[in-house]
Every structure is written in C-alpha cells, then in structure tokens.
Design a binder for this molecule. Structure first.
Ligand SMILES: [Zn+2]
Length: 268
C-alpha cells in the first residue's frame, strides 16, 4: 500500500548496487488485516485488507526468489501493531515462506498512524503523552518478541521533526527505551538501523547512534540495516553510513535473515 515501485526493478537495482542481500518487507498492519467492513471503528485508519497484500507480497517474492536464484533475495514482512491482533500476528509469523520479520509500531492505540497526526498545535505535554504511549507499546512489543528485529525505533519522532521541527526531550524516555533494548538483547532479538532519516531530513537514522550503542552495551548482538526504500532510487541509500554507525556503536557484524535465522556479515 505504501509503494508503487516495480519489484523486479528494485531487485535489479539491488543487484546493480551489489548489495549482500535485499529484503522485501511490505507492510502488514495487523489492526487492518480484514476488509473495512470487518471493523466497527474505522476513522483512524486509511487502508484495510492487509490480508490480501500479505499473500500477494509473499507469493510474488517467493516466485522471484526462484527467478533470481543467484541473488540474495529475502522474503520478509513488516508486521505492524501485532499486539492489536495477536491471532493474525501469530498466523503471519508461522508462514514458512518468510525469511525475515521486522516488527514495528506505526500507530498507537486510539490514534492515527504517526504519519497522519497533525503536530502543529500540540503542546509539549501532548507530544510527551504521545511519545510515552509509543514507547510503552514498543516495550510491550519487545516483551512479545516473536520477530527478528524491531523496526525503526523512534519512528514517532519522524514527522514531528521533519514537518514542524519539534524536538522532544528524549531523556524522559531513557528508562523505558533501555528496558526495551535490554528485553530484545535478552531474547536474542535485534534492531533495525533504518537509514531513511538521513535522506528525509530528519538528520539521523532510526534509531540514532545513542540507542545503537546502548543496545550493544545491554548485550545486543543483532543489527540489520534497511534503507526503507519505497522507490528504486532510494534503494540502498545510506546503507554504508548505517554500517559505520553499527561499528561506532560497538558492533563488528551486521546481519540479514534467511529462514528466520541470522546470517552475519563482518563490517570492514
Ligand atoms: Zn515501518
């Protein structure tokens, strides 16, 4: 729903860039799995029926893995809000075609996706309230932990900063973020370094070096790097910088996933 890029063109660009791997991770928002008619309260949502998208994405990528068998194409999904519908989430992650599951919070309970929220007239207290709810939902997601990497931690900051130049006091969330990262490390789960913030004018990756470092200090071992490309021209953007940040954060290796198992690549 979020990209109109031709998947073959994306793969060919990944090959041209000589990427070690390219994972297709179409959105699968568990709270909008069914067609609209299934839900009572629909005004907070703009898109439904991820059920069909999930199947279409997995079957297309699985087919293309055969066609591009000499390239490292990875069949993934980005599972949004799994805790909003655990039955669906469990069903999705049990699909044997999946190599890789990123899980993210794009939308907190009773709010629109952060993309659609208007931050302009919000007070500091209102902003902090949103962030507090985001980080506590992320913490719950980490405790559930049935994914490979946590997607773009601090996504909540993306649009408030880019559109309205709002920079909240992140110290308020130090404790809950540390608890989330510790939970992931203890479970042997990873985090994604999402490089989209660099090209979109946010200024840093999601998350920034501070949290990458903290994850390492808390025992984290697994890092994946994604450009979050929705267009051919963005594919692989700032990946090298992402790897440098992983290194600066204390990681010697980054990884991609095959059949839900990490494959490590040494960072030079
Ligand atoms: Zn996402």
């Amino acid at each position: 729903m979020d990209s109109e890029a031709d998947i073959r063109e994306m793969i060919e660009r990944a090959m041209e860039l000589d990427l070690a791997a390219y994972a297709v991770t179409d959105h699968c928002e568990c709270n909008c799995w069914y067609p609209k008619e299934h839900y009572e309260n629909t005004e907070l949502f703009d898109y439904f029926n991820y059920k069909d998208d999930f199947e279409a994405s997995l079957s297309a990528v699985t087919e293309l893995k055969e066609k591009y068998s000499d390239f490292n194409l990875i069949c993934g999904t980005e599972l949004g809000q799994p805790l909003a519908d655990l039955e669906i989430a469990e069903k999705c992650i049990s699909d044997s075609r999946l190599d890789f599951v990123i899980s993210s919070v794009h939308q907190i309970k009773d709010e629109k996706d952060f993309f659609y929220i208007n931050y302009y007239h919000m007070t500091t207290a209102e902003i902090n309230n949103l962030l507090e709810r985001y980080f506590s939902e992320v913490y719950e997601l980490c405790k559930w932990g049935k994914f490979d990497v946590l997607g773009h931690l601090t996504y909540c900051l993306r649009y408030m900063k880019i559109r309205n130049n709002i920079t909240p006091n992140m110290k308020l969330f130090d404790e809950i973020i540390a608890e989330s990262l510790r939970t992931l490390a203890d479970k042997g789960k990873g985090i994604e370094i999402n490089t989209s913030g660099i090209r979109q004018g946010f200024g840093t990756t999601f998350p920034s070096l501070k949290y990458i470092k903290l994850f390492r200090e808390l025992g984290g071992k697994i890092i994946s790097i994604g450009s979050d490309a929705h267009k051919v021209r963005d594919l692989g953007a700032n990946i090298a910088e992402g790897a440098e940040l992983a290194k600066a954060g204390g990681f010697n290796e980054i990884c991609y996933f095959k059949k839900r198992q990490p494959v490590f690549i040494r960072i030079n």
